[in-house]
Design a protein around this ligand. Structure first.
Ligand SMILES: [Zn+2]
Length: 550
């Protein structure tokens, strides 16, 4: 089902969130709210609402920061210090698992929503983040339906946004204390009207006034939902498909079954590739939060029928960020060996999990002794591109590489071999003169592109993550040219950033920040803010620094 939400509904949801947060943290002017996700396909972005002055909102997709080593990941999450975090319980469980107790990150408040959760998760969050934890009862179709009361733990209905009933089997309204289905009629979202929408959540009305003195109806939510259980947990609590469905969708994982053997839980999935560390740790944490913190969780990939004619090493139509470079190389080797190819290599930031951004590609460079402008090479490149998302297939003869000195340096230093060797194919390291000539030409173009973008009239509407990525590309190539001309034969981003300060690059710290934002290792700034504008300025300064050295 596709959920359509109109502007009025989005605004109502945001207002209800801010009201709820202010009840806990007070009415101070400034409020920074960060929504954390592990959704691989989602985009990190920041915004300010004109109707809610002083409230900054950022959505931060943590799935790429998750690929960082533990110490760098902790340092990234410290960005949440002093902010209000809103998050799904299963994502929070994964985060607590990764950070361990006493993380040193002190958000002002954690707001859980979107799924039910156990009291033990609330305790773990308090231990990990040392901050208060509260909850909202939300439905994707209706927004915020009710908010948890800090006094009583019951849920006060957001009466202006939703009409709520507790109904029996025949849809009959139940009196206080009677446990039944929660039926929600959203009042704001006119783009998708729903009447008495029942999603399977159970609850009961609570009679009498609340300790917080807030009037209006309030609910007790029941966490014990056992129908359609994937597996029965201890204390009669089951894991239902819906408990994991949201997280699995975020992680791009198809879980078919969960099996419990004594103190081990096996999560079976039928994807075309093995689960990555990221998927494994996130699912394991979610299962433990539902079934018990002491359990060992293991992933098991079950067989799925392979499409007829697909090669054995077929990685399927998947994001290459998930695939180890060895798997892609094996697949590409299989495809290319029949084609009369001299050499082939993989390069690209998507091959380094800690360097991948949502714009990352994997390049396959295929060196041939033939004219690349022949129909069969176009067809081969198109067929490979179709097979693997964000793959770029470059077919070239050796003479073509001679005309592209920086590309040649990158191929020789960053390559993951697929077949043959570049040296045997006749590829040689370019001369400093050739690199310098190319760098001069490149610098002029880069300055002009950056200047045009920096002075564009519609800066407010641009995406700061994309700007940061663009800036990082220009910084990286400028640094590469400079280092290569100095005789330092490194081109991979990680090594280039390490060595650059030796050569007096301006704003080395700012450049690292540009890379961190472009890879979503840090939350993005608001479009049009000085920080967002700074990214392209940093790149322009870096390009000019190169230009002065040529
Ligand atoms: Zn209350």
């Amino acid at each position: 089902m596709e959920i359509v939400v109109d502007d009025a509904a989005q605004h109502a949801e945001l207002s209800a969130l801010v009201r709820h947060v202010r009840r806990h943290v007070g009415k101070q002017a400034g409020l920074a709210i960060a929504h954390l996700t592990l959704h691989l396909a989602s985009t990190s972005r920041a915004s300010v609402s004109p109707d809610l002055p002083g409230v900054g909102l950022v959505k931060w997709n943590l799935s790429r920061a998750w690929q960082l080593p533990d110490d760098e990941f902790r340092s990234a999450v410290r960005d949440m210090h002093g902010k209000v975090i809103t998050v799904m319980p299963s994502v929070m469980a994964a985060l607590c698992d990764r950070l361990g107790p006493s993380s040193g990150v002190g958000p002002r408040l954690v707001v859980l929503s979107g799924e039910q959760f156990t009291p033990s998760l609330r305790e773990r969050i308090q231990v990990t983040f040392d901050c208060p934890v509260t909850a909202l009862y939300t439905l994707a179709e209706a927004g915020i339906v009710a908010h948890e009361c800090g006094e009583s733990g019951t849920y006060h209905v957001e009466e202006t946004d939703a009409f709520v009933e507790v109904v029996g089997d025949r849809g009959d309204p139940l009196p206080p204390g009677g446990v039944g289905d929660i039926a929600v009629t959203p009042l704001v979202n006119r783009a998708m009207p729903l009447l008495r929408y029942v999603n399977g959540d159970k609850g009961a009305w609570v009679d009498g006034p609340c300790g917080c003195r807030r009037p209006g109806p309030r609910l007790r939510l029941l966490a014990a939902r056992t129908q359609h259980a994937l597996v029965a947990g201890p204390n009669g609590r089951g894991v239902r498909k819906i408990d994991l469905a949201k997280l699995c969708r975020q992680l791009d994982l198809s879980v078919s079954r969960i099996v419990q053997n004594s103190d081990e839980v096996v999560v079976e999935h039928h994807d075309s590739h093995p689960a990555t560390d990221f998927q494994r740790t996130a699912i394991a944490a979610a299962v433990r939060s539902l079934m018990g913190a002491d359990l060992t969780v293991r992933m098991l990939r079950t067989a799925r029928e392979r499409a007829a004619g697909a090669p054995a090493a077929d990685p399927g139509q998947v994001l290459p960020a998930f695939l180890p470079s060895a798997d892609i190389a094996a697949w590409a080797h299989d495809v290319l060996r029949r084609q009369g190819v001299l050499a082939a290599v993989l390069t690209g930031s998507a091959l380094d999990p800690a360097a991948v951004s949502r714009f990352s590609d994997i390049d396959v460079t295929v060196v041939i002794d033939d004219d690349p402008c022949q129909e069969r090479w176009y067809a081969l490149a198109a067929a490979m591109n179709q097979h693997l998302a964000t793959l770029r297939v470059n077919v070239t003869e050796v003479a073509g590489l001679v005309r592209a000195p920086l590309v040649t340096c990158r191929l020789l230093t960053e390559r993951h071999p697929v077949m043959g060797t570049l040296e045997e194919a006749g590829v040689t390291w370019p001369s400093v003169q050739d690199l310098t000539a190319e760098a001069r030409f490149w610098t002029q173009n880069a300055e002009s592109v950056l200047w045009t973008r920096l002075t564009a009239a519609d800066r407010q509407r641009t995406d700061p993550v994309r700007d940061a990525w663009l800036a990082s590309r220009f910084c990286l190539d400028a640094l590469r040219y400079r280092l290569l001309r100095e005789g330092v034969r490194v081109t991979a981003a990680r090594h280039v950033l390490q060595r650059a300060p030796e050569f007096g690059v301006p704003d080395a710290t700012d450049i690292r920040h540009v890379f961190a934002v472009s890879r979503e290792h840090r939350p993005p700034p608001t479009p049009g803010s000085p920080e967002a504008d700074g990214f392209l300025r940093v790149a322009l300064a870096c390009v000019r620094w190169l230009g002065r050295s040529l």
